[in-house]
Design a protein around this ligand. Structure first.
Ligand code: SAH
Length: 260
């Protein structure tokens, strides 16, 4: 698999651990002319981009957008039009809270060839490394991926119907900043304050930290532990399994302390 000239590959870089890249992603990163990446792509993954490949950072820090989405689309289109093989590297999966859909639409509208290479999304990877099966017979029959991001500081409003089914594990992306609002809405939707909940920071990396607590204590725990982005929140009975299943070394030190 080689990166073709004049084409854009929307590639999922996975959650951080470079071993979780797909073979296809790696091959493209080795043969691209240019890699366009943002903040969520880990330094460990970037190290695998060949030194001969040009890099363009279009990262977004919270509230400090280096380039806006239209400008990013423009970069991709211009690079492809100038005949380069372009890898657009995105954290996790490009089509899960990654704005990959918008970029693909812009490419399609501009008549640029593109391919989408899925990546392991944070929910799958962080839960696996935290020892939390997202579904488990008798505990969870489904999963909801929910965004805690709000536009332009608007109030966060998640449809209660999304949050109320206790048989569904809730995975909250981008929920750190709005955590008190997220928790209030999950409680208001009828989930018990005692529901097990976990925060996974820098999931899958050697610096991963994981805190197991309850829904009612989530916000206080995040504050107490000075949790930083990126962090993923998992809410539901399955979180209780982490007590027995947290196999990933760094979590052993940190996990469990606050459970119950
Ligand atoms: N496309 C990405 C998600 C982008 S939204 C994916 O599929 O994973 C960014 C959010 O993803 C972060 O706010 C955080 O909630 C979550 N996230 C991504 N990588 C993470 C990691 N290594 N550890 C914890 N959370 C992560």
């Amino acid at each position: 698999m080689r990166c073709e000239k004049g084409k854009v590959y929307l590639v999922g870089a996975g959650p951080g651990d470079p071993q979780l890249l797909t073979v296809k992603a790696l091959r493209l990163m080795e043969t691209a002319d240019v890699v366009v990446y943002d903040r969520l792509v880990s330094a460990e993954v970037l190290q695998l981009v060949a030194t001969s490949v040009a890099r363009i950072y279009v990262g977004k820090a919270c509230g400090d957008h280096t380039l806006n989405q239209r400008e990013i689309d423009r970069v991709l289109i211009d690079q492809a039009r100038s005949g380069r093989g372009v890898v657009r590297l995105k954290g996790g999966d490009p089509f899960i809270f990654g704005r990959g859909g918008e970029e693909a639409l812009a490419l399609a509208a501009a008549g640029i060839d593109f391919e989408v290479v899925p990546g392991i999304t944070a929910a799958q990877a962080c839960a696996a490394y935290a020892g939390i099966p997202l579904t488990h017979r008798g505990l969870a029959h489904g999963i909801q991926f929910v965004s805690g991001h709000r536009k332009n500081n608007d109030r966060l409003r998640i449809d209660p119907a999304t949050l109320s089914d206790v048989g569904q594990t809730l995975v909250i992306y981008m929920g750190l900043e709005t955590l008190p609002q997220v928790v209030a809405q999950v409680l208001a939707a009828g989930r018990e304050a005692q529901t097990p909940a976990a925060i996974i920071e820098h999931g899958t990396l050697a610096r991963q930290r994981m805190f197991v607590t309850t829904l009612g204590r989530l916000s206080a725990e995040a504050k107490l532990r000075a949790v930083e982005a990126p962090a993923l929140i998992v809410i539901g009975k399955v979180v209780s399994l982490a007590d027995s299943l947290d196999w990933f070394l760094p979590t052993i030190e940190q996990g469990r302390q606050c459970y119950g």
